[in-house]
Write a protein that binds this ligand. Structure first.
Ligand SMILES: *[C@@H]1O[C@H](CO)[C@@H](O)[C@H](O)[C@H]1NC(C)=O
Ligand SMILES: *[C@@H]1O[C@H](CO)[C@@H](O)[C@H](O)[C@H]1NC(C)=O
Ligand SMILES: *[C@@H]1O[C@H](CO)[C@@H](O)[C@H](O)[C@H]1NC(C)=O
Ligand SMILES: *[C@@H]1O[C@H](CO)[C@@H](O)[C@H](O)[C@H]1NC(C)=O
Length: 291
């Protein structure tokens, strides 16, 4: 007779012994893993744009949790993101306290079921991070532009950062001051040859050919940095002389269409009214003819 246990069935004692041995080995291995072989974080990377700063790492936890610590170079460790199962931690609040400081973070791994227990938790250090030098410059936007005669004026929007002084948020210009320049790339709408201009404010005022339409975009630049010198380029804006004329034509045509529409509606309802009155007239006269 076949049993579900197959060949082990004839020898239950040996099977029990083997199972016990296997169990003991498993417990030993699990204990060793719990004590010292928690998966440590790796690939710690800073993701930072205009001082909004997130530390990311790998791997996704299976049976453990992470806690992040952050410290200025000569400061105390501060805990962030306690016992998290995420693989990222927003530490913007800490680094905006002093953006010229150099920070170090470390990510601790702890067994999920022993969070907060004693024992030497394992950790991995992040690369050093100096917000003033390392944060990426966000994509700028063109706030306004105006072309009058041979002058083209372009104003770059001054992005707000999360850096705070006396309770108010500073703009990118207020943080970087004269270290921050903007580059303007501009070209005639009818050609592709680009020209360049720089400014250490947020305003450009450049000479252009009268009567020509121009397209342009801007880029933030901090040349004093060794890396991350340039932001992405802003979306392209085009000045179009026809825009105004086009708009006027559009309005005139729109008004004409509206007038025609009204006239048609009025004549239609007049026609209906007259027809109805004519019908009523006929009905009123009907009894007379019937009588
Ligand atoms: C670490 O990250 C880099 C880029 O994000 C990737 O190329 C590399 O494979 C990662 N390393 C590991 C061990 O996953
Ligand atoms: C452009 O900027 C210059 C210098 O700031 C200013 O004198 C001029 O009036 C501006 N022109 C227009 C059309 O805004
Ligand atoms: C912040 O406030 C302090 C004291 O009120 C003042 O001395 C300092 O100049 C202020 N800083 C800025 C950037 O306004
Ligand atoms: C920043 O722009 C100003 C004005 O155009 C220019 O004089 C200066 O050389 C620029 N600075 C850098 C570092 O490019």
């Amino acid at each position: 007779m076949a049993t579900p246990l197959g060949p082990w069935a004839p020898c239950p004692k040996a099977a029990v012994a083997r199972a016990l041995l296997l169990g003991w080995v498993l417990v030993q291995v699990a204990g060793a893993v719990g004590a010292s072989d928690v998966v440590v974080a790796y690939n710690l990377t800073w993701k930072s744009t205009n001082f909004k700063t997130i530390l990311e790492w790998e791997p996704k936890p299976i049976n453990h949790v992470y806690t992040v610590q952050i410290s200025p170079r000569l400061g105390n460790w501060k805990n962030k993101c306690f016992y998290t199962t995420n693989t990222e931690c927003d530490i913007t609040d800490e680094i905006v306290k002093n953006v010229r400081e150099t920070y170090l973070a470390r990510v601790f791994s702890q067994p999920a079921d022993a969070a907060g227990s004693a024992g030497e938790p394992q950790f991995t250090n992040s690369p050093e991070f100096t917000p003033y030098l390392d944060t990426n410059l966000g994509q700028p936007t063109i706030q306004s532009f105006e072309q009058a005669g041979t002058k083209l004026n372009v104003t770059v929007k001054d992005a707000r950062t999360l850096v705070r002084v006396n309770g108010s948020f500073l703009s990118l210009r207020e943080v970087f001051g004269k270290d921050l320049n903007y580059t303007l790339y501009y070209w005639r709408a009818s050609s592709t040859g680009k020209k360049k201009a720089t400014t250490n404010t947020n305003e450009f005022s450049i000479d252009v050919d009268k009567g020509e339409n121009y397209c342009f975009q801007v880029q933030a630049v901090i040349l004093s940095r060794r890396a991350n010198q340039k932001s992405p380029e802003s979306p392209i804006e085009c000045h179009s002389r026809e825009k105004g004329v086009f708009r006027e034509v559009f309005f005139i045509v729109g008004a004409l269409v509206f007038v025609v529409f009204i006239v048609v509606i009025l004549s239609l309802s007049l026609y209906k009214c007259r027809k109805a009155r004519a019908g009523r007239g006929r009905k009123e006269s009907a009894p007379l003819t019937a009588a």
